[in-house]
Design a protein around this ligand. Structure first.
Ligand SMILES: Nc1ncnc2c1ncn2[C@@H]1O[C@H](COP(=O)(O)OP(=O)(O)OP(=O)(O)O)[C@@H](O)[C@H]1O
Ligand SMILES: O=C(O)c1ccc[n+]([C@@H]2O[C@H](COP(=O)([O-])O)[C@@H](O)[C@H]2O)c1
Length: 194
């Protein structure tokens, strides 16, 4: 049985914060692979400076091509939008009926708003959640902290965001250290976020 951790995001662009988390999960948990699921339209996000799906996917591909256990995924590209995670999980289970166990990877910040997700109780009942620490304003309630399907993985905290990268790149700052080099090269060649 292959244990797959699904790391959902818009990845606009993917940055080293994302990569460090995913790599930490495959090295220090019982997950065998992490799939970066590039989301066309996240339910709560406003589609402002959102780059085309294929360009965001290509940057994920560039970031992980030397990491055999990290896999870019287009699975949500043909699913209805906005992309509710429960629908994607159902679709994945139909597509891979045997040999795979799908878990979710999320930060503690997302766990605290998880109760707003569509059918979150069903997700938590049927799947394992691998949660990594983030700096948050509130405490995570005990019922989640001690939930048997939630696994706490002590990954490093790196407060980098794609929004910051896009904004500062546009302002002419050097943000290269926050991106895998292959992503920086692709982004620069394609003139993204200018
Ligand atoms: N520096 C980071 N460390 C750990 N997790 C992160 C970091 N940045 C984002 N994430 C999480 O990774 C997932 C995918 O990130 P996503 O691209 O959707 O967000 P983001 O980087 O915060 O982008 P944006 O700034 O465009 O909203 C989300 O669940 C997000 O909370
Ligand atoms: O299913 C939902 O209701 C749902 C609500 C909010 C977010 N998500 C998923 O979580 C991912 C990260 O969300 P965000 O807003 O932190 O970028 C996003 O890409 C979606 O796949 C899913």
């Amino acid at each position: 049985m292959k244990q797959v951790g699904l790391y959902f995001g818009t990845f606009n662009p993917i940055h080293i914060g994302h990569l460090v988390i995913a790599n930490h999960m495959v090295e220090f948990s019982d997950l065998d692979e992490v799939w970066f699921v590039v989301t066309p339209k996240s339910p709560f996000k406003v589609k402002k400076t959102l780059l085309d799906n294929n360009h965001r996917f290509q940057m994920v591909y560039e970031a992980v091509k030397d990491f055999p256990k990290l896999i870019p995924s287009k699975i949500e590209f043909d699913l209805p939008q906005p992309n509710y995670t429960i629908n994607t999980l159902i679709h994945l289970e139909e597509k891979y009926p045997e040999g795979y166990r799908f878990s979710l990877i999320m930060g503690e910040d997302n766990l605290q708003s998880f109760h707003k997700w569509k059918n979150y109780e069903l997700i938590l009942e049927r799947h394992q959640l691998y949660v990594y620490p983030r700096i948050t304003k509130s405490e995570t309630p005990d019922n989640l902290r001690e939930h048997p399907n939630i696994h706490w993985i002590d990954a490093p905290i790196m407060e980098i965001s794609s929004t910051f990268i896009r904004k500062q790149h546009k302002a002419g700052k050097n943000i290269r250290a926050m991106l895998p080099d292959t992503v920086w090269k692709y982004m620069d060649e394609m003139n993204f976020y200018k």
